[in-house]
Write a protein that binds this ligand. Structure first.
Ligand code: AMP
Length: 417
C-alpha cells in the first residue's frame, strides 16, 4: 500500500514525501478514504499511530477544493485536550498543508490571547483549539463557528477525563448542524459512546489497534517489588539497562517530585512534570527530555496527556494507575511509529488488584518477573495497615479544629507546634 492509492492530491503527496513517510500507517489507510468521501468517522487510535495525518490529510484536501475568495472564516475545527497536543497537531497541519493555499492557526489557554486574536483577524480556514480558550474567544466575539464544515475531536476520552464535556457540547451548539464529524479516542467508555452517538451520523468505525488493546510493538513486563524498595529498584533498572530516555509515571504530584529528587541525588538527570508546575517549567522539562539533557521524566497522568515524544524506548509505571485505561494510555507512549519499546511496571503487593484490572481489559496476562536483589517480602495486610496509619495521620494533620471549638479546651491549633 502506498500513499498514491489513497486518492490524495499532488500537493499533499508532495508534503508527505517531504516528511519522509513512505507507507501509510494502518489508521491512515482506513481513515483517509472515508474522510475523503465526506463521511463521519469513529476512530479508535492512540497517539503514535499516525492518527493526526489520518484526519489532517483528507481534511486539507476537502477544504482546498473550494477556497473562499473573500474573508476567511473557520471551516475546520480541531478540538484537543491539552496545549501540547494542540500545538503538535497545528505543526503537523502546517507541514502537511505546506503546498496548499489554506490558513491555519492554534489557540490555547495559559498564554496571552492577543497574538491568537490577531491571527484570527487575518482569517483562518483551520483552527486547532483547546475547548476553554475557544469558548473564551468566542464569548469575546473574536471568532465565529457558523461556517464550520468539519469538526475533529482529538483524544476525545482525554477531553472527557479533563471535564470538557460541557464545553464540547456548548461548542457543538455554535456550529451548523450539517457538517462532517470525526472522533478519535484511545478508549471507549460509556461516556464516549454516548458522546459519539449524539454527534456522529452513520459513522464508519475504524481501529488502529483492536479496541482497548495495546500496540503490538510494546513489550510489557511486571516486576513484583516491595513498595519501600521501588526507588532503589528504579535506580538499578536505569543503571543496569543504561537507559538514556525513560518516561516514568507516578500517581501523585508529590510522588513525582520525590522520585525525581531521589534520581538526581543518584546522578540520574531528571525532572518532574505535573499540574503544579507552570507551563514554562513543563515545556522546558519536555524540551530538555527530548533533546537528551534529561534522562528521566517523571510525570503524573494529567501532565503527560498529549505529550508528543517520538520513539520513546522506555515507559515505567512506578505506580500503577487505578483506572486500567490509563495504563493503555501510558504505555502507548513507547514503541511508536514502528519502533519497539519496553513498558515496565513496578508492582507492590497492594497493587496486584490493578494488574488484574489491566489484564481483564487487555485480555492478556502480563509477564511477571522478580528483579534480582529485590525479592518481595511485604505482606498485603502489613502494607494496608501502614497505609491506613499514614492516611489517618494525614487526616488528623488536615482536620484543623475551628476557632470557636471548645472540644480542645480552648487550645487553638496546638497540634502544629
Ligand atoms: P501521531 O499518532 O499522529 O501523533 O503520529 C505519530 C508519529 O508518527 C509522528 O511523529 C508522525 O510524524 C509520524 N508519522 C505519521 N504518519 C507516518 C507514516 N505514514 N510514516 C512514518 N511516520 C509517520
Amino acid at each position: 500500500m502506498s500513499f498514491n492509492n489513497l486518492g490524495l492530491s499532488a500537493p499533499l503527496l508532495k508534503s508527505i514525501s517531504k516528511q519522509g513517510y513512505i507507507t501509510p500507517s494502518p489508521i491512515q489507510q482506513k481513515a483517509i478514504p472515508v474522510v475523503l468521501q465526506g463521511k463521519d468517522l469513529l476512530a479508535s487510535a492512540q497517539t503514535g499511530t499516525g492518527k493526526t495525518a489520518g484526519f489532517a490529510l483528507p481534511m486539507l484536501q476537502l477544504l482546498s477544493k473550494n477556497v473562499p475568495a473573500k474573508r476567511r472564516q473557520v471551516r475546520a475545527l480541531i478540538l484537543a485536550p491539552t496545549r501540547e497536543l494542540a500545538a503538535q497537531v497545528f505543526d503537523d497541519i502546517k507541514n502537511y498543508g505546506e503546498f496548499l493555499d489554506l490558513r491555519s492557526s492554534v489557540i490555547f489557554g495559559g498564554v496571552n490571547q492577543n497574538p491568537q486574536v490577531n491571527a484570527l483577524r487575518n482569517g483562518v480556514d483551520i483552527l486547532v483549539a483547546t475547548p476553554g480558550r475557544l469558548l473564551d474567544l468566542h464569548n469575546q466575539r473574536f471568532l465565529f463557528l457558523d461556517n464550520v464544515e468539519i469538526l475533529v475531536l482529538d483524544e476525545a476520552d482525554r477531553m472527557l477525563d479533563m471535564g470538557f464535556l460541557r464545553d464540547i457540547k456548548k461548542i457543538i451548539g455554535l456550529m451548523p448542524k450539517k457538517r462532517q464529524n470525526l472522533l478519535f479516542s484511545a478508549t471507549f467508555s460509556q461516556e464516549i459512546k454516548k458522546l459519539a452517538n449524539g454527534l456522529l451520523h452513520h459513522p464508519v468505525a475504524v481501529e488502529a489497534t483492536p479496541e482497548n488493546t495495546t500496540a503490538e510493538k510494546v513489550d510489557q513486563l511486571v516486576y513484583r517489588v516491595d513498595k519501600k524498595m521501588k526507588p532503589e529498584a528504579m535506580i538499578q533498572l536505569i543503571f543496569d539497562g543504561q537507559w538514556q530516555q525513560a518516561l516514568v509515571f507516578t500517581r501523585t504530584k508529590h510522588g513525582a517530585n520525590r522520585l525525581s529528587e531521589k534520581l538526581r541525588k543518584n546522578d540520574i538527570t531528571s525532572a518532574a512534570i505535573h499540574g503544579n508546575k507552570s507551563q514554562g517549567a513543563r515545556t522546558k522539562a519536555l524540551a530538555d527530555f527530548k533533546k537528551g539533557s534529561i534522562r528521566v521524566l517523571v510525570a503524573t497522568d494529567i501532565a503527560a496527556r498529549g505529550l508528543d515524544i517520538p520513539l520513546l524506548p522506555h515507559v515505567v509505571n512506578y505506580e500503577l494507575p487505578n483506572v486500567p485505561e490509563d495504563y493503555v494510555h501510558r504505555i502507548g507512549r513507547t514503541g511508536r511509529a514502528g519502533a519497539s519499546g519496553l513498558a515496565i511496571s513496578l508492582v507492590s503487593v497492594d497493587e496486584m488488584e490493578y494488574v488484574q484490572g489491566i489484564e481483564k481489559l487487555l485480555k492478556v496476562k502480563l509477564p511477571t518477573q522478580i528483579l534480582e536483589g529485590f525479592e518481595p517480602t511485604e505482606k498485603l495486610a502489613d502494607v494496608l495497615k501502614d497505609k491506613k496509619e499514614r492516611d489517618s495521620a494525614k487526616r488528623s494533620r488536615h482536620s484543623r479544629p475551628s476557632g470557636n471549638s471548645r472540644r480542645n479546651g480552648g487550645r487553638k491549633n496546638n497540634f502544629r507546634r
